[in-house]
Design a protein around this ligand. Structure first.
Ligand code: MN
Ligand code: MN
Length: 469
């Protein structure tokens, strides 16, 4: 016999904000759809481990969906689809809407760079019969996490004559891998006294790339010579060509399901491909012409503060919107002022092994759905854009009306640390912005973990946002 709800339970239902597990809220077909969506996401993770690879991947996908290369002089009309590839490292995708640009755009922004080890300009050296690459880490990493892993080398070398050599070694089964060594515990007495932050130092992140000499001659640097000879034969490059290169060391393993229930994905580089993929797929999935012009920007350099001309602290996005407006005789300031945006980036997932850094009422949980962050930043909300109450209300209504399971979160406890996103740079363009994205376990580690349902909810959020009437 069903018991009648008590007055208190009824009131709780009416008055309390309830957090829900997406797995309980979604139907079985929806969960199956989420799992299928994540197969495409895993393929993207494996094919696009760097910003260049992600921008190229999305350019190919954009063309397949009928997007044409952006022409700044052309006046685009409703239904036109364009892409703009910024120097091969960032890409803007746009579908022109029915309304004037001055009514504002619907913009999602995510980043496609991830923490990694970059090769130094003069990387190769030989010591004790081993050939190694010196590296300079990119983004916020815990350095000790990068030792004793199979690693791959991705990137480009550009020769003096402009010829670009693309390198991708360590991904195929028959290719070699690389590694950063660590001390054996037997001889680590002194190292083990270091703090965790200092446990493995930046100048100790040297990548092992060879150990056989070129010949039996007594001359020095024979192992280095052998490696340079292999590279010359394969790519036609010499040591000087490393000076004009962008070579990135990333984990060599592939994305995989995590858990007996296969509910999660473990991979390198979820931050922020896990939002870039849904934001791009949402614009590709648009049917018909949207009311507002839809724009997805997949940007570079977020992990080092968005500086540089492929990062969102440069003018390239604003220039793109300006060109769209100018060609149609519309006022760009009015368009920007009315533009609404989602800064799609990850947040920390509550980790029961390390509960102390989070405050449970304002933490994001795995399977809690798309995590909506009013602000990120550090200390007294510095280094962020604090979304307005008005905009938060509009976004949560949009999410609720479109079946998005979502949660509201802060990055961690007050003063536990902090971090920023591109939100502040969008806000700097006079655009309304709020952060939304996928909670991540082990964020910034070589192997990060997300929930498949949260990925799908972020996709649904971006899609609903673009489809607003
Ligand atoms: Mn991020
Ligand atoms: Mn990050």
């Amino acid at each position: 016999m069903a018991e009648e709800k008590s007055k208190a339970d009824e009131l709780k239902e009416k008055l309390f904000h309830k957090r829900e597990n997406a797995a309980k809220k979604l139907t079985q077909p929806e969960i199956a759809e989420a799992d299928a969506f994540c197969e495409g996401y895993k393929d993207f993770l494996n094919r696009a481990k760097t910003e260049r690879e992600a921008a190229s991947f999305m350019e190919v996908r954009a063309k397949a969906h009928g997007f044409a290369e952006f022409d700044p002089k052309k006046a685009y009309t409703a239904g036109d689809k364009v892409y703009y590839n910024n120097r091969g490292k960032a890409i803007i995708l746009a579908v022109i809407g029915e309304k004037p640009l001055e009514a504002g755009l619907r913009l999602t922004a995510a980043h496609i760079d991830s923490p990694r080890l970059d090769l130094k300009p003069s990387p190769l050296y030989e010591d004790a019969g081993l050939a190694l690459f010196k590296t300079h880490y990119y983004g916020g990493i815990k350095k000790y996490q990068w030792t004793c892993l199979p690693l791959a080398l991705h990137g480009v070398l550009v020769k003096k004559d402009g010829e670009k050599i693309e390198v991708r070694v360590g991904e195929e089964a028959d290719e070699p891998r690389f590694a950063v060594t660590d001390l054996l515990p037997h001889l680590a007495n002194e190292q083990m006294k270091r703090t965790l932050a200092d446990g493995v130092r930046g100048e100790e992140l040297n990548v092992l790339v060879g150990s056989r000499p070129f010949s039996a001659d007594e001359s020095s640097d024979q192992v280095k010579l052998n490696i340079l000879n292999i590279l010359f034969e394969k790519y036609g490059v010499t040591e000087s060509d490393f000076l004009s290169a962008e070579l990135e060391i990333v984990p060599a393993f592939q994305a995989c399901d995590i858990g007996f229930d296969r509910s999660m994905i473990g991979s390198y580089g979820h931050d922020d491909r896990v939002c870039a993929y849904p934001a791009a797929e949402a614009i590709f999935a648009l049917e018909g012409t949207p009311a507002y012009t839809a724009v997805t920007v997949l940007t570079d350099k977020e992990e080092i503060g968005s500086e540089g001309n492929t990062g969102l602290n440069s003018a390239y996005l604003e220039h793109f919107i300006t060109d769209l407006c100018l060609a149609r005789g519309e006022n760009v300031r009015t368009a920007l002022h009315h533009t609404k945006s989602l800064s799609a980036d990850v947040t920390a997932a509550f980790d029961p092994t390390y509960p102390d850094v989070c405050e449970r009422n304002n933490a994001a949980f795995l399977n809690g759905g798309a995590a909506f962050m009013k602000y990120s930043g550090a200390r007294g909300k510095s280094g962020t854009s604090d979304a307005s109450a008005e905009y938060m209300a509009a976004v949560r209504r949009m999410l609720d009306e479109n079946g998005v399971v979502w949660q509201c979160a802060e990055l961690g406890k007050v003063d536990a640390g902090g971090g920023g996103t591109v939100a502040m740079f969008l806000a700097g363009m006079d655009i309304d912005v709020v952060d939304i994205g996928v909670p991540v376990l082990s964020m910034h580690a070589p192997f990060e973990i997300v929930s498949k349902l949260d990925v799908f909810m972020t996709y649904r959020a971006c899609k609903a946002f673009f489809e607003e009437k």
